[in-house]
Design a protein around this ligand. Structure first.
Ligand code: PXG
Length: 459
């Protein structure tokens, strides 16, 4: 590639002239110019001006084994030379998706043994929605087609993903969502728990909203409930321990399928291969993508539970759904190598036993006390920092979301890539972070908070 022949200014001008970005105000982008990331290594990313940033977001919740892994490049190269592409339609297969499916069945919860591939989490959720509705139709209940989701959920950006998701701003631009999807409250105790309500009771109350929605529609009309085990893009909202077992109990009681969206939580993020295992629940579909390849190739895997799979096989006939790149041989080769590395380096155990608990303690001891911080929370290597004007009343700075952006900008200027969503700072670093990396992150975040406080108090 010859981008080195271009100055930053030129790249920014061409970017503005020709490249429409995801979730971006293009006028703002033109005025500010994009930050151009040119290379990366281990836990660090580098921009075109040579600035080194500790990547607190693992790219976008995906680069779990960190950057600069030659083994993944070599796996892709070898596969491209041998067989860059062949489809898996028309009773054909290629070896790498076959072997990857076997591996995924091994690491997935016990009731999950089949995999359907796509290239993104959004595609996988589209597949999941089709599959659960198709399942009920095959079972002779086509009217059991409603899906219950949650406000602030993020399930991708296709029409199905947006419809399943609960982001108001996205729905506003949709002008016609997929019908029969309803959204109930999210399990976000920091803002939604009643005064004096324990976490446990709040978790049960949030789960009860699922039951209420089932009763309102009638159980014979409800196909499934979908949720991210920990809401990611919505602000790392970690439900109380009481929530998921109760949601599972409710789903079973009314014979409603349980769909977990583990696009962010899958592949070690919470200290188990899947958050279903962390929360001790079983699901009928588990959507995964992102860290399946650590982001080195676009690939999603919808993990399908035995209940749906056996109906599909026994009663289904042809399932009229699939993508050109379903089971892409190169992406699957990279995924296999990625999972091998995660296993070889013991990254999942390390998150569960060492870095996860250390990360939680570091956030509590070094960040939570700051007077801009209303709450810190984390699970595995996934964390959130709530930015507030007043710790006691939880009052936020106005305009909404602006304070977190101020913190983020100072963090970036101090070598720390963080994401701000609403008034929440988010961390979802590569699983290769060590205690030292966590220390470095806390120091940089602490500094950013101090600088932001000075700015915000001036306003
Ligand atoms: N489900 C979940 C839970 C996700 O987090 C998707 C589905 C869609 O995946 P694809 O591969 O189609 O993007 C996601 C994606 C953010 C952000 O701002 C989060 C995602 C994507 C883009 C931005 O935090 N998550």
């Amino acid at each position: 590639m010859t981008y080195q022949n271009y100055s930053l200014k030129q790249l920014q001008q061409i970017d503005a002239a020709h490249h429409l970005h995801p979730f971006t105000d293009h006028k703002e982008l033109r005025d500010a110019g994009s930050r151009v990331i040119t290379h990366a290594n281990g836990p660090f990313i580098y921009d075109s001006e040579g600035a080194e940033l500790l990547d607190g977001m693992a790219g976008l919740w995906c680069v779990n084994i960190g950057y600069g892994r030659d083994e993944l490049a070599e796996a892709a190269y070898a596969q491209m030379k041998e067989l860059p592409y062949y489809n898996s339609f028309f009773k054909c297969s290629t070896p790498t998706p076959v072997l990857l499916s076997k591996k995924l069945a091994e690491i997935a919860p016990r009731n999950v043994n089949q995999v359907f591939y796509g290239s993104s989490g959004s595609e996988a959720n589209d597949t999941a929605l089709r599959l659960v509705r198709h399942y009920w139709a095959l079972e002779g209940k086509p009217e059991k087609n409603r899906v219950i989701s949650r406000k602030m959920a993020y399930h991708g950006s296709t029409i199905a993903g947006t419809s399943l998701g609960g982001m108001d701003a996205m729905h506003k631009q949709l002008n016609g969502a997929v019908p029969n999807i309803v959204h109930v409250m999210m399990p976000y105790a920091y803002e939604l728990a009643l005064p004096g309500e324990s976490d446990h009771d709040f978790g049960l109350r949030a789960a009860k909203s699922v039951e209420d929605a089932i009763i309102e529609a009638g159980a014979d009309k409800v196909a499934a409930f979908i949720g991210e085990p920990v809401m990611g893009a919505g602000g790392v909202k970690i439900p109380p321990a009481s929530y998921w077992p109760e949601v599972q109990r409710i789903c079973r009681k009314y014979d409603v399928l349980l769909m977990l969206d583990e696009v962010i939580t899958g592949y070690g993020r919470t200290g188990e291969w899947f958050a279903a295992q962390t929360f001790g629940i079983e699901a009928d579909t588990i959507t995964t993508a992102k860290a399946l390849t650590s982001g080195y190739q676009p690939l999603s895997a919808l993990l399908v539970g035995d209940r749906i799979a056996s109906t599909l096989v026994e009663k289904g006939g042809e399932f009229n759904h699939g993508y050109t790149y379903s089971g892409h041989p190169v992406a699957c080769a990279v995924a296999l190598k990625n999972l091998e590395i995660i296993e070889r380096e013991g990254l999942v155990d390390r998150v569960r036993n060492d870095t996860g608990p250390y990360f939680a303690k570091a956030l509590q001891e070094r960040i939570a006390g700051h007077d801009l911080v209303g709450e810190v929370r984390s699970i595995g290597l996934m964390g959130a920092i709530e930015i507030v004007k007043d710790k006691a009343t939880k009052e936020r700075f106005l305009p909404s979301g602006s304070a977190a952006v101020t913190v983020r900008d100072h963090a970036i200027a101090n070598g720390m890539m963080l994401r701000a969503t609403g008034d929440t700072m988010i961390l979802s670093p590569p699983l290769i972070w060590t205690r030292d990396t966590i220390d470095m992150a806390c120091e940089r975040i602490g500094k950013a908070l101090d600088l932001a406080r000075a700015d915000l108090r001036k306003r």
